[in-house]
Design a protein around this ligand. Structure first.
Ligand code: ADP
Length: 345
């Protein structure tokens, strides 16, 4: 299985860095998600790996070979785009085989690969249709089919599910993950959807303003976010992050880690481990959202928003005074000025 490695890769346009000194590696047969808000440089990073953009600095190694200046066709990659890039006048079968025809693969070999891919993707009865006669999910499978018949060891995907409705997205992300593991593909998967990244990836590279904010497995990202940005990007609803002083002023018996200036610290805690009690940190309820399995109580602590998520139904209404209880061992600590995690010494 083939690995992908980026070292110090940058891409600048007119003096502005879209990708700024990015280094990460994707182990053979692993799925790495590039996650982050719109404009943070995910697609540009993927296009650099594909060879569709030329790096301004740094190196890209695929399968042990430096491909930094190699054309896309010499990199051993297949790419699936957001808009599927299907040809409307070609049939499903022709669309899947398009790349192989260009590369002059023999007819017999094409037939065999098409049959296998159609089988894997459940497209058997649809090969004669035109893309316009398919549902969104089926069109997505055709785009995947192309990547499969290419037998490229590395597959690059740019927001492949964003045109599908919510339920189909859930199905397709399972399908893609299952396929990627079954075929032993190395995959780089771009998404702005943290749920997609968390559920599919072995490793998540979370980007912000062209730089890597954190590169970690999903559980590590959730449990040990490296910054306030990561803490709030991963998990729904996002982690509460409030200045320590606002919590103590509202009656919280929270102790700052030894050796740190309490005035410069913010406290992070997930809504799902925040509790309600008869006493504790005084807060005012702003809104209550009952979701069936649980309830989100949106509150304010001295002007700072704070969400408590409790199982079942919580009897509270806007304007109520409530008391929030936080367990010291579940707190995350951040430096207010750098916004980075501080590890209690
Ligand atoms: P993302 O995929 O995370 O939404 P992109 O990689 O598409 O972000 O874009 C990162 C930044 O680079 C953005 O500010 C975008 O405007 C800029 N950018 C992307 N492509 C070009 C280009 N061809 N020319 C100039 N700037 C670009």
């Amino acid at each position: 299985m083939v690995s992908v490695e980026l070292s110090g890769v940058s891409k600048t346009w007119g003096g502005t860095a879209a990708v700024d000194d990015v280094s990460f590696s994707v182990g053979g047969g692993k799925l790495v998600a590039l996650l982050g808000p719109s404009g943070c440089g995910k697609s540009t990073t993927l296009r650099l790996v594909a060879g569709l953009e030329e790096a301004s600095a740094g190196s890209i190694v695929i399968g042990g070979r430096d491909v930094t200046t190699a054309p896309p066709s010499k990199r051993g990659i297949a790419m699936v785009f957001q808009n599927y890039a299907l040809f409307p006048h070609l049939s499903v079968g022709e669309n899947i085989l398009f790349g192989l025809q260009v590369r002059k693969v023999s007819r017999a070999e094409q037939d065999e690969r098409l049959k296998k891919a159609a089988d894997i993707l459940g497209l058997d009865g649809l090969l004669e249709r035109k893309p316009s006669q398919l549902s969104g999910g089926q069109q997505q499978r055709v785009a995947l089919g192309r990547a499969i018949v290419a037998r490229a060891p590395v597959c690059l995907m740019d927001e492949p599910l964003s045109n599908l409705d919510a339920q189909l997205r859930v199905e397709m992300r399972r399908e893609i993950r299952e396929l990627q593991q079954r075929l032993g593909m190395t995959m780089v998967y771009v998404t702005h959807d943290q749920v997609e990244a968390m559920t599919m990836a072995d490793q998540v590279v979370l980007m912000r303003n062209g730089r890597i904010e954190q590169d970690a497995p999903p559980d590590e990202l959730y449990e040990n976010p490296a910054s306030i940005f990561v803490a709030r990007f991963v998990g729904t609803p996002p982690m509460n992050v409030v200045p320590l002083q606002a919590l103590t002023a509202a009656g919280g018996a929270i102790v700052a880690p030894p050796g740190l200036d309490p005035a410069g610290l913010s406290v992070g805690i997930r809504p799902e481990v925040s509790e309600l009690g008869e006493s504790g940190i005084a807060a005012e309820v702003v809104a209550v959202e009952y979701l069936g399995a649980d309830t989100l109580v949106e509150a304010r602590i001295g002007g700072h928003p704070f969400i408590v998520r409790r199982p079942g139904k919580v009897r509270a209404a806007a304007g109520d005074r409530i008391y929030i209880r936080l367990s010291q061992s579940l707190l995350h600590w951040f430096d207010q000025s750098t916004e980075r995690r501080v590890v209690p010494g």
